[in-house]
Write a protein that binds this ligand. Structure first.
Ligand code: UT7
Length: 330
């Protein structure tokens, strides 16, 4: 078996920053309510015509490549974790073209806020079985395009962004993607979705149903309860399988949905809150981008050092949740 390790990380956010006061001008809410209930103070939103998830994903991917001076032609595979593509057939191929990674195969991975965790695990399989050497994974979402901006229950939460990581093959002894634990409960898919609503056209002799995707709908309370119960269980299972305990963890990097969720998960696992990596006050919930965005920032701030154990968990629509445990080797 080959080893796999993350050798570079990059991220990108749009320029426009919308704070809670700005949002309180369009829906009945307040900075105090949003900060107390979520921890979010501001978020970034992608503006401008013809701007899409591809632009953010491209920027994040290029930053990761440039940091280690890697030629895009060395990339074998690009996995774009997104639930807000600008083409239903997928956006990864557009990112591949823009980056100039001509030799890479590229595909989208749709798993909402768990997308980046699933991308790490998927890429690791391709590397550990010897198929590929260098894989660029990108978590990117522009949920601002799918939000009902008159719905105060959701419009306060989300922001746009992208984060990327390059995973490279290494010797088995240097393997740094230590283990994972993944789950899905499709029976709860209605709790958080962007549903496709169909209509039958009166003109359609084939009785073909056609429709459109709607706005994000979320049962916040249920998703909250799901997160604080399932995520600690997933982390415990994953650590147990690796014969590690929560005492061995240096950093807890969760999907940045709500600061109360981050704290509740840490408390349930008796992990000191100083070990929580969080930047959601500045970016809100950026879906598949939230984990790599926070990872990149923590690295830039020199928080994470060599041989640190990082527990990464994603959770969200599906409902899907999971954990990956990594050792930082750079
Ligand atoms: O990324 C995928 C994962 N997503 C998540 O993990 C999200 C999980 N859920 C949450 O983070 C929280 O449930 C929310 C932040 C979405 C909501 O917080 P909450 O403490 O569960 O609030 P709530 O929905 O129970 O609403 C409490 C009250 C309600 O008023 P009443 O019925 O008590 O009079 C709401 O109408 O707050 C009201 N409310 C608001 N008030 C001001 C709901 N949204 C707002 C708002 N501003 N934006």
């Amino acid at each position: 078996m080959q080893g796999a390790r993350i050798i570079s990380v990059g991220s990108a956010v749009p320029d426009l920053c919308i704070n809670n006061k700005d949002i309180s001008k369009i829906v009945e809410t307040s900075d105090e309510w949003i900060v107390t209930r979520t921890g979010i103070k501001e978020r970034r939103v992608l503006t401008g015509s013809n701007k899409s998830v591809v632009d953010l994903a491209y920027c994040a991917g290029m930053k990761a490549l440039n940091k280690i001076h890697m030629d895009p032609l060395e990339i074998d595979l690009i996995i774009l974790a997104t639930s807000s593509p600008n083409d239903l057939f997928g956006s990864a191929s557009q990112v591949q073209a823009k980056i100039g990674a001509k030799k890479a195969v590229a595909f989208d991975l749709t798993a909402a806020c768990s997308g980046f965790v699933l991308a790490i695990v998927t890429a690791t399989q391709f590397i550990q079985n010897g198929s590929y050497k260098n894989i660029l994974i990108i978590g990117a979402d522009v949920l601002s395009k799918w939000i009902d901006w008159s719905d105060r229950k959701t419009c306060i939460l989300f922001g746009d962004g992208a984060g990327a990581a390059i995973i490279q093959a290494c010797s088995e002894e240097d393997n740094a993607i230590l283990g994972f634990q993944l789950n899905t409960d499709g029976k709860q898919s209605d709790e958080l979705s962007i549903i496709y609503k169909e209509d039958i056209s009166p003109l359609n002799t084939f009785k073909l149903f056609q429709g459109q995707f709607q706005y994000i709908s979320m049962n916040g309370k249920e998703v909250y309860k799901f997160a604080v119960s399932k995520v600690p269980a997933s982390i415990t299972k994953c650590l147990n399988s690796l014969h590690l305990s929560t005492r061995d963890i240096n950093w807890l990097l969760l999907h940045q949905a709500n600061k109360r969720i981050l704290k509740a998960v840490a408390d349930r696992l008796s992990i000191d809150t100083s070990k929580i990596i969080s930047n959601l006050s500045k970016y809100g919930n950026t879906s598949a981008a939230s984990i790599p965005l926070a990872l990149d920032e923590a690295l830039q701030n020199n928080k994470i050092t060599k041989d640190d154990i990082i527990v990464i968990s994603g959770f969200g629509a599906g409902l899907t949740w999971g954990t990956v445990v990594i050792k930082w080797k750079c």
